[in-house]
Design a protein around this ligand. Structure first.
Ligand code: SF4
Ligand code: SF4
Length: 355
């Protein structure tokens, strides 16, 4: 039987919900490496509610401090293409301050891991995610034009730095395969605890819609399928119709059957909740969106010869050995490159440009 906490909260009182979450789903924190991953979709203002609210992040950080000593890391890989600055996204959303000095740029170091043969032979995952003893995922209650909802499972898509996300979108090719892909990425490191910001949620054409809803809840669970199915029901959806939840169930990751989920409060359907106006199919069939995706996913990393000092840091950090020193500056072998852009993040001279 899965359990999902449904706890009334505001951003001023969410620490109480976090305490309750840890009572229901206790974690042994002392001496552990604990990674907290909010959903930082992109650089935005706090009041846009596109990302996990800083008040929830702060409450979780302070809870872990209370249960410490532990090594705490707060991080994410914002953006589909990582063109923005990881630190800037945290700063502008207020999440940098809420991270209380534990922020780390997860795009700086990654480890190549085997992936699903139907998509890419290997992907680069942020090393800190793979090395963490405990991963706490902080998704936001939101809609998504392609996966309809984005919550506990989809938040794990951010464990992939750089343009891998765009490349995989492109390789998936159909909404159904994208749903399956999201589940395979989730399986690379299943988080231990999920605490969802549903104080102010998002409806309409997410994941960056201006349509917001006052929901006044924090949800928590130790199973992502159960948590996402509760969110889906609150949005008026039947979870069994969501392909990524079907796939997760097929893989034995959890269940969305109501009889298999115990909630701490009644699930209330949000009246007239607006679902994304475009179905996943129309997004995948939209030539403009596809062109944009293809263009971004085929970007090549190349050092600017004026700035590059040939220090070799990028070569050392490339997780798949795609960079080699050329005559004067490193060169990328695009048959090996997984477009993670770790080389761009790591370059001390900001010399690596994407063309
Ligand atoms: S890390 Fe930057 S400066 Fe160093 S070799 Fe690579 S591109 Fe050049
Ligand atoms: S060359 Fe750069 S973008 Fe390509 S895999 Fe290596 S680190 Fe990632």
């Amino acid at each position: 039987m899965h359990r999902v906490m449904i706890h009334p909260a505001s951003y001023d009182t969410c620490r109480k919900s976090v305490d309750q979450a840890f009572e229901l789903f206790p974690q042994t924190i002392a001496q552990k490496k604990v990674l907290i991953k909010p959903n930082v979709l992109r650089t935005s203002r706090t009041d846009e509610h596109i990302v996990t609210h800083p008040a929830l992040l702060r409450a979780v950080v302070e809870k872990i401090e209370e249960l410490s000593p532990a090594q705490i890391i707060v991080g994410d890989n914002p953006g589909l293409f990582n063109y923005g600055d990881n630190e800037a996204a945290f700063r502008q959303t207020g999440l940098m301050e809420a991270a209380k000095g534990y922020y780390k740029n997860l795009g700086n170091e990654m480890t190549a891991v085997k992936f699903h043969r139907d998509f890419m032979a290997q992907v680069g995952v942020s090393t800190d995610i793979l090395e963490a003893d405990i991963v706490i995922s902080l998704p936001k209650f939101k809609t998504h034009g392609l996966t309809i909802i984005t919550g506990a499972i989809k938040n794990s898509y951010g464990i992939l730095p750089g343009a891998q996300k765009a490349r995989l979108h492109q390789i998936a090719g159909s909404p159904e395969r994208f749903h399956e892909l999201v589940v395979h990425v989730f399986c690379l490191r299943i988080p231990d605890l999920f605490i969802m910001d549903a104080v102010i949620g998002m409806e309409g054409n997410g994941p960056a819609s201006p349509d917001l809803r006052d929901i006044g809840l924090i949800l928590a669970a130790d199973n992502a399928v159960a948590m996402d199915s509760v969110m889906a029901r609150m949005m008026g959806l039947d979870p069994k119709n969501l392909r990524f939840l079907q796939k997760a169930k097929e893989l034995g990751l959890g269940d969305f059957d109501e009889k298999r989920i115990q909630t701490t409060d009644k699930i209330k359907v949000i009246p007239n909740f607006k679902l994304p106006p475009l179905s996943g199919k129309s997004i995948m069939d939209n030539p403009q969106i596809q062109d944009f995706m293809n263009q971004r996913a085929s970007v090549i990393p190349r050092p600017d010869p004026q700035l590059c000092t040939a220090c070799g840091d990028c070569i050392e950090h490339c997780p798949v050995g795609a960079l080699e020193m050329g005559i004067e500056i490193p060169e990328a072998d695009m048959s090996k490159c997984i477009t993670c852009f770790c080389c761009q993040e790591i370059c001390p001279e900001k010399a690596m440009i994407l063309i």
